[in-house]
Design a protein around this ligand. Structure first.
Ligand SMILES: [Zn+2]
Length: 482
């Protein structure tokens, strides 16, 4: 599949897409626009943003295309061996998983707007973009300059393209640092003064090194932190195999402030979390998500590993690499304790059940006492596991050993494509291997159970000199034990 992405009329916020599919030898071909995007496990209905959709043969004659689901089309090829699909997509939303175009910027998450042909999803594909001399493209590796203002990028397959967000703009700020042979690029769009990049590079390098130490390697050759700073308050990030897209705001804060401004703390917390996903979910993936099925819900019950463990590590890595001091780290811990215990401590669902139901109400407000957050309760459960493993091994082992073994057995591969996904039982087996004892009680209580973890967490927090208490209104507070 060969794609061209451009905008005939940027002010209209419409992006034009042309997709050519070659070597067709059937009377019919089915075209699918993804129904969801990895990182957010709910249906997204991207197809509602398509205004016009037409299909042509190699002689530019129109072919019959009829919809067979909300985001799938059946095309009668009439013997054509090549079809060209031309359509436009309304791109007027800015968040870390959307697409947007205006006179200044082309921001694309290909999973929003690139169709694929059934049977071709594993084939290599190319993308052609237009870039003026004063513009750069953030997020894409191996950009080949064609004639004039055209650039071509190759992808291993549709999954790779769908997982590669990019920004074309003349306003991008760029710098990079290296760890071993891997280049980590830092891109900023929006209002950020150049001199801040120096400190950002120093801090990012520290947590990157700390994370690589845990897993023993970085799974990609190049990585891009793409951050768009908005004038309005914003906090959103999405993980990808060799990049993360982050949107933060408001931009009226100074990145150089001491103590650091909220936006800088947010940037560090988000970037560390998203980088951890480069292993945990992008490669080390639940078996139900391997490969991604873009046509429908992909139910899985282990999001407390994908998001809970990642939330726990995002801040822990900043603390271990001495970017966050104790006070800042405790503030972050208290924040997710509060989010869980103040709001969802008496929910009727377990972590296991709420992971499954992400597709139902994972990203909207819950009705009273229904769901728990795979992020916040998931992080509490990860910390209990970590402190338990340290306790039973006299600090010789920890959740680090669990994640390193998970990586070796289920994430790592030679060509970058995960070989096999893990099941809930695989995760439990590895936890027990590290504990050298049965963890039935832990899984019953923390993963499948619905009773409060307040006392259990406190039991373990004393090992690191902390405790949580409830104030008169019943709200949770973190205290340091003297
Ligand atoms: Zn995450």
């Amino acid at each position: 599949m060969k794609y061209k992405i451009y905008s005939k009329n940027k002010a209209s916020h419409f992006i034009n897409i042309e997709c050519s599919i070659e070597n067709i030898c059937s009377q019919e071909v089915e075209l699918q626009l993804p129904a969801w995007r990895p990182g957010r496990y709910e249906l997204q209905n991207f197809a509602k943003n398509i205004q016009k959709f037409e299909v042509f043969n190699e002689n530019n004659q129109k072919l019959k295309a009829s919809k067979i689901t909300k985001d799938r089309w059946k095309v009668q090829t009439n013997g054509a061996t090549c079809v060209v699909v031309k359509y436009n997509y309304f791109a007027n939303i800015i968040n870390a998983g959307s697409s947007f175009v205006d006179e200044n910027i082309l921001y694309v998450n290909p999973v929003n707007l690139c169709i694929y042909a059934e049977g071709y999803i594993n084939e290599p594909c190319t993308l052609e973009l237009y870039k003026a001399d004063n513009q750069e493209i953030a997020g894409l590796n191996d950009q080949q300059k064609l004639d004039n203002d055209k650039v071509s990028i190759s992808f291993n397959d549709f999954y790779h393209l769908a997982d590669s967000p990019f920004i074309v703009s003349s306003n991008l700020k760029h710098d990079f640092y290296e760890v071993g042979k891997v280049q980590f690029n830092i891109w900023f769009e929006g209002n950020l003064s150049r001199e801040n990049l120096h400190q950002i590079k120093i801090d990012f390098k520290k947590f990157t090194e700390e994370q690589i130490k845990l897993f023993g390697e970085f799974p990609e050759k190049t990585y891009h932190f793409i951050t768009w700073i908005l004038p309005i308050p914003y906090y959103h990030g999405v993980e990808h195999r060799s990049s993360t897209m982050q949107v933060l705001g408001p931009d009226n804060q100074d990145f150089d402030d001491s103590p650091p401004a909220d936006i800088y703390i947010d940037l560090l917390g988000l970037a560390s979390h998203e980088l951890f996903h480069a292993w945990n979910i992008c490669k080390l993936r639940p078996v139900e998500l391997l490969p991604y099925d873009y046509t429908k819900e992909n139910y899985f019950s282990t999001c407390f590993v994908a998001e809970g463990v990642t939330t726990y590590y995002g801040d822990l890595m900043l603390y271990r690499s001495e970017i966050f001091d104790k006070n800042q780290y405790y503030k972050e811990l208290e924040a997710y304790y509060k989010r869980h215990f103040d709001h969802a401590d008496s929910a009727s669902q377990s972590l296991f059940e709420s992971s499954w139901d992400l597709w139902l109400d994972g990203y909207t407000q819950s009705i009273p006492d229904r769901k728990v957050s795979v992020y916040h309760k998931g992080a509490v459960a990860a910390q209990i596991l970590d402190l338990h493993l340290q306790r039973v091994s006299e600090k010789n082992r920890s959740i680090d050993n669990v994640m390193a073994l998970m990586w070796q057995r289920f994430g790592k591969s030679e060509n970058g494509t995960p070989l096999k996904g893990y099941t809930l039982q695989d995760y439990k087996d590895i936890c027990e291997e590290v504990a050298e004892e049965s963890l039935d009680w832990y899984f019953e209580k923390c993963i499948f159970g619905t009773e409060s973890l307040f006392d259990l967490l406190n039991n373990y927090l004393q090992d690191i000199n902390l405790q949580i208490v409830r104030n008169e209104e019943g709200l949770v507070k973190l205290e340091i034990l003297s």
